[in-house]
Design a protein around this ligand. Structure first.
Ligand SMILES: *Cc1c(COP(=O)(O)O)cnc(C)c1O
Length: 454
């Protein structure tokens, strides 16, 4: 729809600002305006019919497409080296739409065990109610575990490029090869890495999803999500695997989505049939805000990574800290994968565990003041939270421990503030933990002193 010249640049920082920069003719505005319009005027009846039939380009109704959202979609498709993108109301909306566009009742999804709790809930509760089965791979780095859990009805593999908060690193090449050998796609949640640090499609992933609410936006003021399609996956390679894309569709007058749209089949099906019907539409205002964020992504990520590396090293040197789950530390179990996939930096969301358990974690969090106590990540502001009692509270202590969440575990999202101020803030946390250790143990209540009969 937009009249674009071939790009005259190759660098990420230039592309995040100029990539697919459609000039907006009206008034010569340099920044793409916010098109807050539910619908779009048709020039004539023929054009209206052609747009509804999908035989002419052009907007119809904002639930299926909007110029401001499209501007962000083109930018993100380009930054992720994909063919098409679909912007939605939140990261969860994007993941839901991607899964629902791929999976049918009776299908099976195989996912890494180290994934966002909201995505786990979507799989084990919501998708299960639709008859979609699931298994989780305990050790994400062990390709044999992925292979062993594949089933004849597995229709997608799923993982996060950098997991939160334990920083498991997805071996995208190995897992996408496994998926492709079984005729199924690999879907990667790239929220914690962003395309600046890692482009999963370059390593074999077929579909990338994001919570754009996090690093892409950066300012923490708007939710959004995106599904990026590589356009490379052959949906018709295995008979009957993705019938929603390959069987004749009455809405397409008996053609299939693959016949009509070829490499764009998944993207158009996800937009028109799944998102267009379920309705998790994003506001163009949020698209505008997130686009503003993306224009500074590389600068922010550089500072996030630099600060996180420093904070992780400092924490690892503290006697009160037993482990630091930051993939940028050489002792992290997936550091070799991180070194391969993340040459520009290791992100800034990770966990560390205090020897003193839950009371120490509480004292630490309540003593910090620059680190904001809240859930969310990828914000310019540094954030701190206690996963065991918040994001992971619906899981048993045993399940939490299997996922690397102990009572003394704290999650950080390191922001872009001055490093000296961040270290001073964390030092207040460590001091509070030491003060706790110096206190005498509270006197047990009298009843507890009476020996129990058992
Ligand atoms: C936050 C997050 C989500 C969910 O995104 P929302 O925008 O909050 O709906 C999904 N995946 C990961 C890795 C996230 O961090």
């Amino acid at each position: 729809m937009s009249d674009l010249r071939e790009p005259q640049y190759t660098g990420f920082a230039t592309e995040q600002i100029h990539g697919d920069d459609a000039h907006h003719a009206e008034h010569g505005a340099r920044v793409a305006p916010i098109h807050l319009s539910a619908g779009y005027i048709f020039d004539d009846v023929q054009q209206a019919g052609d747009r509804f039939a999908g035989t002419a380009e052009g907007y119809v109704y904002t639930r299926v497409g909007n110029p401001t959202n499209a501007d962000l979609e083109r930018r993100l498709a380009r930054l992720e080296h994909g063919q098409n993108a679909l912007f939605l109301g939140s990261g969860q909306a994007a993941i839901s739409v991607a899964f629902l566009a791929l999976l049918n009742c009776g299908d099976h999804i195989l996912a890494s065990n180290s994934i966002y709790e909201g995505t786990r809930g979507l799989i084990v509760a919501n998708l299960a109610r639709l008859g979609i089965e699931a298994d989780f791979v305990e050790d994400t780095a062990d390709i044999e575990q992925w292979r062993a859990k594949l089933r004849p009805n597995t229709r997608l593999l799923f993982g996060e490029s950098i997991s939160n908060p334990t920083n498991d690193i997805l071996d995208i090449e190995a897992i996408s090869n496994l998926a492709h050998g079984h005729g199924i796609p690999l879907v990667v949640d790239n929220t914690a890495a962003t395309p600046y640090l890692l482009r999963p499609i370059d390593h074999g992933a077929d579909i990338v999803v994001h919570s754009a609410s996090k690093f892409l936006a950066g300012h923490g003021s708007a939710l959004g999500g995106v599904v990026v399609d590589s356009g490379r996956f052959r949906w018709d390679a295995r008979e009957g695997y993705f019938p929603q894309l390959t069987a004749p569709d009455p809405a397409l007058l008996g053609e299939s989505f693959v016949q009509r749209y070829q490499s764009r089949a998944f993207a158009i099906f996800a937009r028109d049939v799944v998102a267009g019907r379920l309705g998790p539409t994003a506001s163009p205002f949020n698209a505008f805000l997130i686009r503003q964020g993306i224009e500074t992504l590389s600068l922010r990520m550089e500072r996030h990574c630099e600060n996180a590396q420093h904070v992780a090293g400092w924490l690892a040197s503290q006697p009160a800290v037993v482990t630091v789950d930051f993939a940028g530390l050489p002792e992290h179990r997936d550091h070799h994968l991180a070194a391969k996939y993340l040459p520009r930096g290791f992100g800034s969301v990770f966990a560390f565990t205090l020897a003193g358990g839950a009371p120490a974690a509480r004292a630490f969090i309540e003593a910090t003041s620059i680190f904001t106590h809240m859930t969310h990540l990828g914000d310019v502001r540094s954030l701190i939270v206690h996963p065991a009692s918040t994001s992971h509270c619906q899981r048993t202590a045993q399940e939490q421990a299997a996922g690397g969440i102990l009572p003394g575990t704290i999650r950080l999202s390191v922001g872009i503030e001055d490093i000296a101020d961040l270290i001073a803030d964390l030092a207040r946390g460590i001091a509070a933990v030491s003060a706790l250790a110096d206190q005498p143990l509270p006197t047990p209540p009298a009843a507890a002193l009476v020996p129990s009969p058992a």
